[in-house]
Ligand binder design. Sequence first.
Ligand code: GFB
Length: 324
Amino acid sequence: MQLERPAPSAPPVLADLYGGQRVVVTGARGFLGRAVCAQLDRAGATVLPLGRAELDLLDRSAVKARLRALRPEVVVHCAVDGGGLGWMRDHPVESGLNNVLINVHVLEGAHEAGARAFLGAGSACAYPRICPVPFVEDDLWQGYPEPTNGPYAQSKRVLLDLCRAYHAQHGFFAMTPLLANLYGPGDHLDPGRAHVVAALLQRVIRLPAGAPLEVWGTGTPTRELLYIDDAAEGLLSCLALSEPAVLNLGTGMEHSIAALAQAVLDAADHSGALVFDPTKPDGQPRKCLSTARAEALLGWRARTPLAEGLRAAVTWYRAAEPPR
Ligand code: GFB
């Protein structure tokens, strides 16, 4: 039984796992993909980045042909057609259909190309809408996800289960760890797709001194926020496992949206009040992952405190989007 093994004393060293390896990264120009490429570069991998402009992941034969030509040893699948809760609510078809297709094509292509491993970026939204907190991996299949992002969550569930199937049938090391909500430098600049932190940061840095910050919903839902570099490190560390596992990657820290919005104000040194708009969606009532299995199997835990990560994100947004 995996969880009975002694916990590794230190997280895996990425250079030991990836040095000299040919690693394809999908979504390589996106938020997570860029952070993954940077860490692979530092680890001495030969990084083979695939962005939207280079390959249409909806095209099954093109994906297979490109992966065969690239001959990767490892495929790290970060590409998504996604966005925050508002985008999910307005695009239930694309968020389900496109992600099912993208995920299936890349997993199938990685296996057919002879890669030894596939790591996909999963999401905490694959958990049931109502689930004991913190979410433990054994509860994953106990109910339907939050319907506002239901089709997207189901696309992650399909990937999770196909990874299990590829391992069971072909012995292929394929896994899709479940990531908490990401934030940090390099996040969305498109407000239409922004997740909560990106949306609040983009708003706050444009506010006149002392003006109130508008926050969607009631402020009572909770979220767990994982700093982008921690997420990339956790995802890549999974290759150290002796066999694929269903695994959460988060911080275990649960924040109400109201507390998170206040932390954003503090990080931006903005003194305005919070104004809640209950006509906007709340989404899933609570989201927070148990970190116990990642610590037990990998010796991995997230390093970046929320206040520190938010300050880094504020600095990045101020440079990326000077006030208009
Ligand atoms: O990050 P987010 O958009 O997605 O966060 P989810 C939504 C939560 O933040 C809700 C509140 O409780 C919103 O009411 N919120 C407050 C805001 N102000 C804002 C705002 O200005 N914009 C947004 N977007 N939210 C995601 C999936 O769900 O879960 C993702 O949609 C991903 O793609 C992620 O899978 C893990 O956390 O609700």
